[in-house]
Design a protein around this ligand. Structure first.
Ligand SMILES: *Cc1c(COP(=O)(O)O)cnc(C)c1O
Length: 448
């Protein structure tokens, strides 16, 4: 099919996620047919830098030879077999490797069990259900039915994960369908303590994104907050669920964000980068204490009755295993550190001086560039996306915050191009005139 034929069919047959289709029909969005390294190519042969890692999930670049080979080799064995009543080598080996790299802290029992699913929303949904059932089994007369979540949090789009979502634009519509939660202000440990003191015995778990709330527009937590939440959850016997779906696999400069504050959660969800951005796979990691709560004779019905058809899919597990091998063999986390520093310098040099940029928030390779206020209908974040596209980069805004989150494998010269294109796109779209004096760039919270 020609690009025009594909576009016509896209408009008549496809409903895109998070998209107002009425505007979509008037836009010529690129139709991506292949990708390599940090670049994606459309059906007209145009090349674009993948500035958001294909929605935050690509890690080692597109068509990484190692991951390609692992998926192909798995295809010669079996594409899918179930985890319900059976097992397979990939899921077993991956569980072992995931637990080996999971956050650890001295004097604290590590995460020791892996429950698979297919995406970040389900990984969180599972963590919430596990926390709920764990308390129900321990205290059948108890009333721990509520969850604490942070304002502006995002944990996915299924009803359970929406119930603990704090972004009104996405979540308010569904409020009558949702279960009860208690929303607290991010960064306010004292406020959280008040809630736990007053209602602790009604709360099953707290769920949060560690260090940075991605979908909120890269909202940064103050140093020590994650650690403080861990201590409060311990004090009030509330399970701590950490959603590392966006932050996991190197995004913040360490393998997991939790490491930076020496925190081991009771439950941890991972997805996006787990397969290097190749295939849908997610996991919910649990400590032995949580796991053991579900043990009992069959007729006690402590079984965790939850599982998806494609849970632990072998092709996806093969991609994930290869992804973790690349982390190790290519020293990805070490190699990332100079690029994180360079990204900081480039933002300061090229983006901060633009007069229509209000602030830059960054944690490792997660960057949010907030524009000054424009009328809602101007859709300025979107205009920047269009201007960047014309110049050869794919970026996607969250409202009027332009997100930069390239693959960890991006080369230094590609990173320079990406930031330069973004600067030009912001200047062109917002009609910024002469650059103003350099503004301060928020320091990256990279590991010491
Ligand atoms: C993307 C994201 C999710 C949802 O993951 P899906 O795979 O899109 O369901 C959950 N939590 C966080 C922090 C995310 O960034």
């Amino acid at each position: 099919m020609t690009t025009e034929e594909l576009r016509a069919l896209d408009r008549s047959a496809v409903w895109h996620p998070f998209t107002q289709q009425q505007g979509w029909a008037t836009e010529d969005a690129p139709i991506i047919e292949r990708a390599e390294g940090s670049w994606v190519y459309d059906t007209d042969g145009n090349a674009y830098l993948d500035g958001t890692s294909s929605l935050w999930c690509n890690v080692h670049g597109h068509q990484h030879p190692r991951i390609d080979a692992a998926v192909r080799a798995q295809l010669d064995r079996v594409a899918h077999t179930t985890m319900l009543g059976l097992s397979h080598p990939g899921a077993i080996e991956l569980a072992d490797r995931l637990l080996a790299i999971a956050p650890r802290a001295e004097g604290r029992a590590p995460l020791s069990r892996v429950f698979y699913s297919d995406n970040g929303s389900t990984a969180n949904e599972i963590a919430l259900k596990m926390a709920f059932q764990w308390h129900r089994i321990r205290e059948p007369e108890g009333r721990r039915f509520k969850f604490v979540y942070l304002d502006m949090s995002y944990h996915g789009d299924t009803i359970g994960s929406v119930s603990v979502g704090g972004i009104d634009l996405f979540h308010t519509m569904f409020r009558p369908l949702l279960f009860e939660g208690i929303r607290v202000a991010p960064g306010d440990a004292a406020g959280l303590e008040r809630v736990l003191r007053e209602q602790g015995d009604e709360i099953a778990a707290l769920i949060m994104e560690p260090l940075v709330q991605g979908a909120a527009g890269m909202l940064m937590h103050p140093d020590g907050y994650l650690r403080a939440v861990r201590e409060l959850c311990d004090t009030y016997n509330v399970l701590m669920v950490v959603d590392e779906v966006a932050t996991g696999f190197g995004r913040t400069g360490t393998m997991f964000a939790c490491e930076q504050e020496g925190v081991v959660p009771d439950l941890m969800s991972v997805a996006k980068g787990l397969t290097g951005g190749y295939l849908p796979l997610a996991a919910t990691l649990a400590t032995e204490r949580v796991y053991e709560g579900f043990l009992g004779r069959f007729e006690e019905f402590r079984t965790f009755f939850h599982g998806h058809t494609y849970t632990g899919n072998p092709l996806a597990c093969a991609a994930a295993l290869a992804t973790l091998e690349v982390f190790e063999d290519e020293d990805v986390i070490d190699a990332l550190q100079p690029k994180i520093a360079l990204l900081g310098e480039l933002l300061e040099e090229l983006i901060a001086p633009i007069e229509t940029v209000r602030s830059i928030r960054r944690c490792g390779f997660m960057t949010g560039i907030e524009l000054v206020d424009f009328p809602l209908e101007a859709r300025m974040g979107h205009q920047v996306t269009l201007a960047a596209r014309e110049r050869g980069a794919i970026v996607r805004p969250l409202g009027d915050t332009v997100v930069l989150m390239p693959p960890l494998s991006i080369a230094q010269d590609e990173l320079r191009q990406l930031v330069a294109i973004t600067a030009e796109a912001i200047t062109a779209a917002t009609g910024a005139g002469t650059p103003r004096a350099p503004a301060a760039v928020a320091p990256a919270s990279t590991p010491a």
